[in-house]
Design a protein around this ligand. Structure first.
Ligand code: 0RA
Length: 648
């Protein structure tokens, strides 16, 4: 189309369109959640979701995601290609409508509903609005078409640019650095989400490639593909755990037009791991599909245990939690008009889904138990053990939470508390070892900073029985110092954070292998037993410096090898022996003043806030890191070896 034509066709309708996209640029967080790392990665999911929809409609098998050298992203599929013909109502190419009209994705294709769809379901036009440049390429009907946009505005009308012997859509976009606070893509974050999508949508092949070469000039690439879907997902999640039963129970049906897929198995651990998805969205707050699943599980297993007289013999009162100890399950439903509720809009509200899932799971589980009496007994035995352990744990908990005989809060003796009592102002440092704890107590701001020294390695909660967790001295201290209690009338595991005493909990350990192991032990404890603390954004990791570099009277702390090298280059003309470099092996090597000024002083310290990007993946990672299996742990440590070079 000529320039002249472009002018005339962008009439009143276009002005509306541009206003829509302008709104996205003005309030991006309203559309994609936030403008940080999370929002940045969300852009990719939004584009990939369109290709997943095309695959779910049965027309696409392969999706290719590329992280390009300049941190732009391209997503290519082999679907039918977005239509390019004239859109009746909008009076322009359908491709342009999809790319520039909010919520337009797929709507013009009657007969299919959008099942996939990013958390906010805003569509690819939002990605376009938030990209300095976007290129859409379509192969369709033997021809190739292209259109480019800047900040969502088309640079020209869709044009034909040659022939094609395939069909498909390719979208390449450059996130706008004036909007996002972070513009560097993290391979692992994308890999984790794409792995989930491959498991959730059996048969689709998703290839992720990073074209930004690493230090050795290597490119990373993974292919995510699952033929057996959730069955394989559950096997992956439990691959480093000891199985209680050899099978994964896999249900894949359609109940009254609602596709329901569930896979579950039991392992010998004490954790409950239920991961649920609606239209490929991780419903971390659960909802009616999870309620339906739990009801079916409880009813079916209870009935089996009663009919088999196993409960009678055991003489123990079973409750719902006991059926889920050692359970790993993934629930995925596709709902035409999902209602999302809850604080993060990740809780399914549709009432009808509960009964649907309950029926599907009830039938399948009943059959499984009948056909596998040996496994059925093992499950019921495990449930009875869980009930006994729960009763033991309740006693331990009552001991932890009993008020001290003097009255008052009964804070741990090792805690050096702060004087301010407003939790919003207060920080608790969990410090590795009594010696560093002592230094931190001297160096801190007594008004707002409290110190709790922890004796070396805390209990590995991944392997410990639940009552052992509450009997551990260090863990009891963490509960009482924080003011967090557990257990209510009807939920033994519920966390009560109303009396939480600090809104920052800062893990401060040595910058060495032991220190990072202690970080992981504490994080495992928080992830399994105080997840809400992480979800609220209250958990941080302190960053003590690795080096103190000196030349004459110039002194600089360095946190990375690059910073150290920069110092050597600047003050030692590149010669390391002409400067004085002190490697801090532990917090204990710093004076109270040094610890304060480098690591604790809110004015100039760096804290790493802990967040959970992907719950299922975090579940896998913690079980892998803290479990018995050595091989995957070694591989993970080699791939993530931050400290390996430092310690040699
Ligand atoms: C609606 C209709 C048709 C294709 C698509 C949507 C489509 C959208 C996307 C987004 C990314 N990749 C996609 N691939 C296809 C085609 C309808 C027809 O050919 O009759």
């Amino acid at each position: 189309m000529s320039e002249q034509n472009k002018e005339t066709s962008y009439s009143a309708k276009n002005i509306q369109v541009l206003e829509g996209l302008e709104a996205v640029r003005k309030r991006p967080a309203m559309y994609i959640g936030d403008i940080s790392e999370r929002g940045l990665h969300h852009l990719v999911y939004e584009v990939v979701d369109n290709s997943i929809d095309e695959a779910l409609a049965g027309y696409c098998k392969n999706i290719k995601v590329d992280i390009l050298e300049d941190n732009s992203i391209s997503v290519e599929d082999d679907g039918r290609g977005i239509p390019v013909d004239l859109h009746e109502k909008e009076k322009k190419s359908a491709l342009e409508v999809v790319m520039t009209v909010l919520h337009a994705g797929g709507k013009f294709d009657k007969g299919t509903y959008k099942v996939s769809g990013g958390l906010h379901g805003v569509g690819v036009s939002c990605v376009n609005a938030l990209s300095t440049k976007l290129v859409a390429e379509v192969c369709r009907g033997g021809k190739r078409y292209i259109q480019e946009y800047a900040c969502g505005k088309p640079l020209y009308a869709v044009k034909e640019v040659g022939t094609a012997d395939k069909t498909g859509t390719k979208v390449t976009f450059h996130p706008d650095s004036s909007i996002f606070t972070e513009t560097v893509y993290k391979y692992d974050i994308l890999a984790n989400r794409l792995r989930d999508l491959a498991y959730l949508n059996a048969g689709i092949r998703i290839t992720l490639t990073d074209h930004r070469a690493d230090a050795e000039g290597n490119m990373r690439s993974d292919v995510f593909h699952s033929e057996r879907g959730l069955g394989e997902f559950v096997e992956y999640l439990d691959s480093t755990r000891e199985h209680l039963i050899p099978d994964v129970i896999h249900i894949n049906t359609d109940k009254y037009g609602t596709p329901v897929e569930v896979a579950m198995t039991y392992n010998t651990s004490y954790n409950e791991n239920i991961h649920s998805y609606v239209n490929n969205i991780n419903t971390i707050e659960g909802g009616t599909h999870v309620t339906g699943f739990r009801m079916a599980l409880t009813r079916t297993l209870k009935k089996y245990a009663e009919d088999s007289k196993m409960l009678e013999k055991a003489k123990v009162e079973i409750n719902g939690d006991d059926f889920r100890e050692g359970l790993t399950a993934v629930i995925s439903v596709k709902v035409a008009e999902p209602q999302f509720e809850g604080q993060t809009k990740t809780k399914l509200g549709n009432d009808e889904v509960s009964g649907i899932v309950q029926q599907a799971v009830g039938e399948a589980l009943t059959n499984y138990l009948e056909e596998h009496p040996k496994e059925a007994r093992m499950i019921v035995d495990k449930v009875i053990l869980a009930a006994r352990a729960r009763i033991a744990a309740r006693k331990a908990r009552d001991l932890v939470q009993r008020k001290s005989p003097m009255g008052g809060a009964g804070l741990p003796g090792k805690l050096a508390d702060c004087s301010d009592k407003n939790p919003e102002n207060c920080e608790l440092f969990l410090v590795e070892g009594d010696s560093a704890g002592g230094t931190a107590k001297q160096g801190r701001n007594r008004m707002t900073q409290a110190i709790l020294p922890l004796r070396g390695k805390i209990l590995n909660v991944e392997k410990a029985m639940p009552h052992k967790v509450l009997e551990s001295e260090e863990i009891k201290n963490i509960y009482t110092a924080l003011g967090v209690t557990i257990g209510t009338e009807d939920d033994a595991k519920a966390l009560n954070m109303e009396k939480l005493r600090y809104h920052k909990v800062i893990i401060m350990t040595d910058a060495d292998v032991d220190g990072s192991h202690i970080d992981t032990l504490i994080l495992t404890f928080f992830f399994r037993h105080m997840r809400e603390l992480i979800e609220k954004g209250y958990v941080y990791i302190a960053a003590p410096p690795l080096y103190l570099c000196k030349k004459g009277n110039v002194e600089e702390y360095c946190w990375t090898d690059q910073q150290k090298q920069a110092f050597v280059d600047k003050y030692g003309s590149g010669n390391e022996s002409s400067v004085n470099i002190q490697r801090y092996k532990g917090l204990g090597e710093m004076s109270a003043e040094q610890l304060w000024s480098t690591t604790m002083n809110p004015e100039n310290r760096t804290l790493r806030q802990v967040s959970i990007e992907n719950v299922a993946q975090a579940d896998y990672t913690f079980s892998m890191l803290m479990g018995d299996d050595v091989a995957p742990r070694r591989q993970f440590i080699e791939e993530n070896a931050t400290y390996a070079t430092i310690d040699t």
